[in-house]
Design a protein around this ligand. Structure first.
Ligand SMILES: [Zn+2]
Length: 303
């Protein structure tokens, strides 16, 4: 039986960070491989999917691929024009992502490779490409049961939940957790008491829903782009402050949290500091949550 694992191919949010001081963490944008008993699932197609594609061709083990896209911001699709298996007839590549129909998903993917943005269009793809019906509530892929929900991020953005081998893996690369809470604190002077009560109730409901989504996850891969200082200037941009993510993961009794979508301007040293800060919160709250930094090439066993 083939080994089962999660492997990180791209961990940066927003744009690539191919800088010396960032390379311990890695410079590529989001791409995570979930490989279970030889069934290959790819979460997002940022620049990290390019080296994954080359490895797939070199190893020639997996010819059936499912690519889940959380949304169509550039950093999540920028590797597709260079994804070698798409240009090889022996691959079957299935796409799923947010959109009213699979035709729309196809259009979003096609459009980014049209002139003048790119010289080679998707009509040059010779792999067998298919698009999964976007109205499906869940997808069964080999031993994996995949469901999705909306994240707090500009445009329609999904988070994915993958149940496999008695484990629950949740992938949420772009999400501003506690966004309503921040909004209320920021604008509380503009509301009367009654309005504040209503907003607080909405806030509690929203938090409950967010916690429920990740509740008891064995592995949570979550946006943790900002420090509290960064976040002050970047509220509403659709990314999380790492302290909020840690607290939410503790409340949701997550077992392992992988901090993801690192800010490209944060070098390895800064990310180490964020990790230390995260571990301090966990210790102060006396929680058993294990927190890791997502790094390129990091492999997590699912066996
Ligand atoms: Zn985004």
């Amino acid at each position: 039986m083939a080994k089962s694992y999660i492997r990180f191919w791209g961990v940066r949010g927003s744009y690539s960070a191919p800088f010396k001081r960032c390379l311990d963490t890695g410079g590529n944008t989001p791409c995570v491989e979930i490989n279970v008993d030889g069934h290959l699932l790819i979460c997002d197609a940022g620049s990290g999917i390019i080296p994954l594609g080359h490895q797939l061709i070199a190893e020639d083990k997996n010819r059936e691929l499912l690519i889940l896209l959380t949304h169509f911001h550039w950093d999540h699709i920028s590797g597709l024009p260079f994804f070698a298996p798409a240009f090889h007839p022996k691959y079957n590549i299935n796409f799923f992502g947010p959109g009213e129909s699979k035709e729309i998903v196809k259009k979003y993917i096609d459009d980014q490779m049209k002139a003048p943005y790119f010289p080679v269009g998707t009509e040059e793809w010779v792999a067998n490409i298919s698009y999964i019906d976007t109205k499906k509530k869940s997808i069964t892929y080999g031993p994996m049961e995949i469901s999705y929900y909306s994240a707090y991020h500009p445009g329609i953005t999904y988070g994915y939940k993958i149940n496999v081998k008695n484990k629950c893996i949740v992938y949420i690369p772009d999400n501003e957790c506690l966004s309503l809470d921040k909004e209320i604190r920021e604008n509380s002077e503009g509301f009367n008491n009654e309005e504040i009560d209503i907003l607080e109730e909405m806030n509690r409901e929203e938090y409950k829903a967010e916690v429920n989504t990740i509740a008891d996850a064995d592995i949570l891969i979550h946006d943790a782009q900002y420090t509290p200082e960064d976040y002050k200037m970047k509220k509403g941009w659709g990314h999380s402050c790492y302290t909020d993510v840690i607290n939410m993961a503790i409340d949701a009794k997550v077992k392992k949290l992988f901090l993801f979508s690192h800010d490209p301007s944060n070098d390895d040293e800064m990310i180490l500091k964020i990790h230390e800060g995260a571990k301090k919160i966990i210790k102060d709250r006396n929680s058993s949550l294990e927190c890791f930094v997502s790094k390129e090439s990091l492999e997590v066993s699912l066996d």
